[in-house]
Design a protein. Sequence first.
Length: 265
Amino acid sequence: MSKLTDKSIVITGATGGIGAAIARALAADGAAITVADLSQATADTLAGEIATAGGKAIGVAVDVRERAQVRAMLDKAAEAFGRVDVLFNNAGIAQTRPFLDITEEDWRLVTDVNALGVLLGMQEAVKTFRQQAEAGHPGGKIINTASIAAKQGYEPLAHYCASKFAVVAMTQAAARAFGKEGITANCFCPGVVATPMWDVIDKGFRDNKLTTKENEAFDTFAATAVLGRASQPDDLVGVARYLASSDSDFMTGQSLMVDGGMVFI
């Protein structure tokens, strides 16, 4: 039996890239997955795919910037599967802007999703875990998707980097705040991953005349990985599985680099 069998796991941003890879893999491990995404239709599609493959999943629409929607997402997961064991705060967006061109609107757009969305998810998850503790099921796991951009600032991605630095800070703060309740908070830091998000970043480099060729920014960044290639979404599955399982029970407040050797901390 898998260590994830019957674990109720909520994943935001679950229908694209890293989120979808994690959702499919953990469902195959026996976890019950709440596929949460901005679009109900795409969430239902992936949940249906998981169910067809023999797994357990529901689709839920959520805008992680809206507390009421985050609360409803967790309540639906608990209603469907009896409880919530793990929340992956994975939803995120990226935007390429030269440093001096970042506007207030750009800042709010990126940080509202990547930082505020994580804060709301963590707060509401803790409330859920505390309610479950009162019913005799203490503890819970929060896992946040950070980035190599949470460890180094990159121009022209300053506001994106700031939002991911915030994810690491909140992960550490939550670990200190809730550890005595058996609630852990950790994050993982991907590097250059072949996902739609990197398509957006790469296009932003071209639009800002920082590169001229398609995939030029992607390839340039990926070339710095000492393992010699860009990441694929499946490269993040192993660390996600570890963090969601009981194997990581005595680990909290940590940021795991899974970037092929781009950033050494």
